[in-house]
Design a protein around this ligand. Sequence first.
Ligand SMILES: Cc1cc2nc3c(=O)[nH]c(=O)nc-3n(C[C@H](O)[C@H](O)[C@H](O)COP(=O)(O)OP(=O)(O)OC[C@H]3O[C@@H](n4cnc5c(N)ncnc54)[C@H](O)[C@@H]3O)c2cc1C
Length: 303
Amino acid sequence: MIMASCIKGINALQGILSSRFHTSYPLAPLTSLKIGGMAEFFASIDNIGELQKVLNIAVNDGIRWRVLGKGTNLVIHDGLLKGIVVQLSGGFKKIRGYEDNRFYMGGGCPLSFLVKDAIKADLQGAEVISGIPGTLGGGIMMNAGTRLGSLGDLVEEVDILTKEGMMEKKKRQNMGFSYRGCQIGEDKIILGAEMRLKPGSDVRETVKAAIKKRHSTQPQGQKTAGCVFCNPEVDSAGRLIDEAGLKGCRCGQIEVSRKHGNFFVNLGGGTASEFLRLMEIVQNKVYQVFGIDLKPEVRIWAN
Ligand SMILES: Cc1cc2nc3c(=O)[nH]c(=O)nc-3n(C[C@H](O)[C@H](O)[C@H](O)COP(=O)(O)OP(=O)(O)OC[C@H]3O[C@@H](n4cnc5c(N)ncnc54)[C@H](O)[C@@H]3O)c2cc1C
């Protein structure tokens, strides 16, 4: 139920965003796993001005807010998710190339746009993110990458919006990039970033090879949220899960992929509770067999 104190703010948001503001909005279709309940409020945001207004109203009215990228590393709870979910759209989805092999990408821009532009211009670097299905914003928060390298390596400077609605610029060295994360805090929004690539050759072939390898080792065309667990420092979570005999292990409609143990597949109609229960089963078994505590890579959204 919406608190009376919030009604004015919610009406204001409706006025500003019109058909891009929704109540009780289904989130599952916006994720790669196809799991999740309803967002109490959902807003598709086209520009920084709108985003500042939304944050201002949310913060003043005590409404919790979250940012959704392409939902490719997320497990969203099954029930009603309180607060407002914002997704960057419109101008945030664009990429623009300019001199010195640099590109400016909006926070909602798919990572694949950089890979495509790199191939066109024969520039090297973006192959480290080829085949990763998320956006720039989600990619920076997760420091998405592969064994070849991470998105953070390509970043020059990031534009960030604080929860107070202030804009900040941060150079790569101040982002605190680490394995599958960065240290800017969860209460910030990535608006966009300047990326730099290097002159290269045979870039198309390198990307093709990276995608071929991905297709041969990971489940494709299935409902997953990417890697469920982070790799422990000196091992691979997939190998541990496989050797613990967990491939094909199921909880309801969620199954440990038979192709790659660190991917869980929603076979259809799976729920977040089943996914979380399977995570627990896998963590317990891997701990029992190897004494290693697997840490989640997926982000979990709950009230
Ligand atoms: C088939 C498949 C393969 C994958 N392969 C890889 C891989 O090889 N390597 C890898 O690292 N990952 C991989 N992933 C996981 C995922 O694609 C990446 O983590 C990606 O960077 C997540 O981006 P997203 O836009 O989907 O973020 P989401 O899943 O929507 O969000 C992830 C987190 O980022 C936050 N966030 C999103 N946008 C913003 C923003 N603008 N500002 C602030 N916070 C934001 C969200 O609040 C959330 O906490 C794979 C996933 C799938 C489904």
